[in-house]
Design a binder for this molecule. Structure first.
Ligand SMILES: Nc1ncnc2c1ncn2[C@@H]1O[C@H](COP(=O)(O)OP(=O)(O)O)[C@@H](O)[C@H]1O
Ligand SMILES: [Mg+2]
Length: 238
């Protein structure tokens, strides 16, 4: 579904240039959940900006078999629009009448019943993230690029989002590339984890996570989890 080949990127400003990505390789199969983990500032968001066409000045190549939607680190809900008006924005942009039945069903699945007339500031952090994910979902793209979607949430809310996200992902069959700097989150959610090194970032490790699905929190307590965690910590220290 996604194939990235030797991708490099340098930011050029008036008097400096910063090399951010160096010879990146990555592949992602259809309907896989693939995470990218790496230190802050290494170039993860830059990578998504390239995949989504926001940055066009790069070397190397990539191909995506379908359209992508990029959900930014910051949820970008518009404060002056109600939650409903926020989530139907993709339909509005396409000048399509929103399908009320489908949207009502999705509002249930995204656990947002009763909040459609509220404004973003009236929602909890977890709800805002679910609303932003629903809006991204309604763009109806094959590939979702999720950039630290749970980054600003407290640890307990975060954990409750994991099983929810996996249920949605499994039911709706999407290909997901997921950026995180949280080791536990990456192991719990992913089929495959790519580890990025420090800037200029390249892929320093690729780890398949063989836990069965559906996953459960008990998987985060066993020896197998510790083995994955140890390897990730070692790769991140490279
Ligand atoms: N538009 C830009 N111009 C110049 N430098 C940038 C720009 N955007 C990001 N950078 C720099 O590129 C590096 C990687 O940024 P980013 O991709 O946001 O990292 P990450 O998402 O991994 O935290 C950082 O050092 C950042 O300061
Ligand atoms: Mg980032």
């Amino acid at each position: 579904m996604i194939n990235v080949n030797n991708l490099s990127n340098t930011y050029k400003t008036k008097d400096t240039s910063i090399k951010v990505l160096e010879n990146l390789f990555l592949t992602c199969e259809k309907n896989q959940f693939v995470s990218i983990i790496g230190p802050s500032g290494c170039g993860k968001s830059t990578f998504f900006k390239i995949l989504s066409g926001i940055i066009t000045d790069y070397s190397g190549s990539y191909s995506v078999n379908g359209q992508v939607i990029y959900m930014h680190q910051n949820d970008n809900l518009m404060p002056w629009r109600s939650i409903y008006d926020n989530i139907i924005l993709p339909c509005e942009i396409r000048k399509e009448e929103p399908d009320r039945n489908m949207i009502n069903q999705l509002i249930k699945e995204f656990e947002l019943v009763g909040f459609m007339d509220m404004y973003p500031h009236q929602l909890s952090g977890g709800m805002r993230k679910r609303a932003a994910l629903l809006r991204a979902y309604l763009t109806n793209r094959e590939v979702m690029l999720l950039d630290e979607p749970f980054g600003s949430l407290d640890a307990l809310t975060r954990k409750s989002m994991y099983s929810w996200l996996l249920r949605i992902w499994f039911k709706h069959q999407k290909t997901v590339l997921f950026i995180t700097h949280d080791i536990e989150e990456a192991i719990y959610l992913s089929d495959v984890i790519y580890v990025m090194g420090k800037r200029p970032a390249t892929i320093v490790d690729k780890i398949s996570i063989d836990f069965k699905r559906p996953r459960n929190m008990a998987m985060l307590l066993g020896q197998e989890y510790l083995t994955y965690k140890k390897r990730l910590l070692e790769s991140l220290a490279k």
